[in-house]
Design a protein around this ligand. Sequence first.
Ligand SMILES: C[S@@+](CC[C@H](N)C(=O)[O-])C[C@H]1O[C@@H](n2cnc3c(N)ncnc32)[C@H](O)[C@@H]1O
Length: 259
Amino acid sequence: MDTKTAFNQHVTQWNNDQDAPWGQLRYKIGLANLEEWLEKRPLTILDLGGGNAYDAIPLAKLGHQLTVIDFSEEMLENGARYAVSNDVANKTTFIQSDVDSFSEKINGQSFDAILCHNLLQYLNYPLKTLKAIHEHLNPNGIFSLMITNPHSETFTQALRNLDFDAALETTGKKTHQVTTFKVTINRYDESELRAMLKTTGFTFQKLYGVRAICDYINDNDIKHNPEEFKKLVALEMTLRDKLPYTLLSRFYHFISTKS
Ligand SMILES: C[S@@+](CC[C@H](N)C(=O)[O-])C[C@H]1O[C@@H](n2cnc3c(N)ncnc32)[C@H](O)[C@@H]1O
């Protein structure tokens, strides 16, 4: 199955994952990190590989103008419905395109901020996409890159699944099979990502971590308990910009600028 079909066919599982406590944490922390960098005035923001717009809609609700690009029609339709139910249809534009050709679809438009959240690991030519993002960012614009941390898979196998053989196998691997979409992704560690950002001309500003604790707890019931979840959110919010937690989290979240 090609990657686009895999995304089109798994929107329901994706929605379930997004609405679960760990999904809620991912979007809450992502938004909190971004709010530290985005000016309060209305900005133009491109969400590349933005899927069903779970990052885009809260930003539109803050008054920003969002363009969401994705190659999956199902994801975009889901996002467009979500925009309507949140009263931000007038602040969101959905464009169907592969990232390799998105420039042609936006007629040279540039943006105050560009998000690329959990997209880069699926691409064959990540540097090509980073270069295109750089070209479409306004001077001093914000680039938000979120991507899976390969080290978190080792911790997950060892601590959560108690599978030490599987944990050992994850070390040094350059690819990984994603359970939700059943496709293979590339794995880049923090230093490789920093080098890629530098090569494409971005100025690194800050690294956050998204979910330093949640993924290593096997007991999902505690996460579904509203009182305990509130405490977990407070803990994750405190750890998200502190070493060593940023380097152990499920996702790296890099903020860079175009200077
Ligand atoms: C893991 S989802 C992340 C969605 C969203 N950024 C988020 O974090 O909620 C990856 C998204 O990238 C899209 N995608 C993957 N490869 C793509 C490509 N070559 N061109 C355009 N979109 C792509 C998928 O359709 C999917 O919506």
